[in-house]
Design a protein. Structure first.
Length: 132
């Protein structure tokens, strides 16, 4: 039996786990900026681009973690991270590992993948028969 034959049945479930975990970690960025938990080592001024991004992180993080309106939420989150990378990180250094933008790039492409792949079976969308 080929390795892929034993792993392939798990792929949809692992997609759901990746979506849940990336949504929860993304949510933590928004709660840190707007709810003070976890406490961030910096403050985000009201009305700044980071402040607006925090609201997007909070709302889309919840939606992505739950798997509710997953594709539109992931699309918005992916675009937000692309903008964040170019506005806040790219000008500091060419290399993402040096400009602190590696997480933004990773979020951007994980969420973009979810836009095209869907939420997976363990999601509100799948339970409602809206997506799988």
């Amino acid at each position: 039996m080929a390795l892929k034959d034993s792993l392939n049945p798990w792929a949809p479930k692992i997609l759901s786990i990746m979506r849940i975990m990336s949504g929860l970690i993304f949510l933590a960025h928004g709660t840190g900026k707007h709810l003070g938990f976890p406490m961030l080592p910096y403050e985000v001024p009201a009305g700044s681009p980071g402040w607006y991004a925090g609201w997007i992180e909070l709302v889309t993080g919840i939606l992505i973690a739950l798997g509710l309106f997953t594709r539109p939420a992931a699309f918005l989150a992916s675009g937000t991270m692309a903008v964040a990378y170019f506005m806040a990180h790219a000008s500091q250094n060419f290399f993402p590992v040096l400009n602190g933008g590696d997480a933004a790039i990773l979020y951007c492409f994980v969420f973009l993948y979810i836009v095209f792949r869907g939420p997976g079976p363990w999601s509100v969308d799948a339970k409602m028969g809206k997506d799988s």
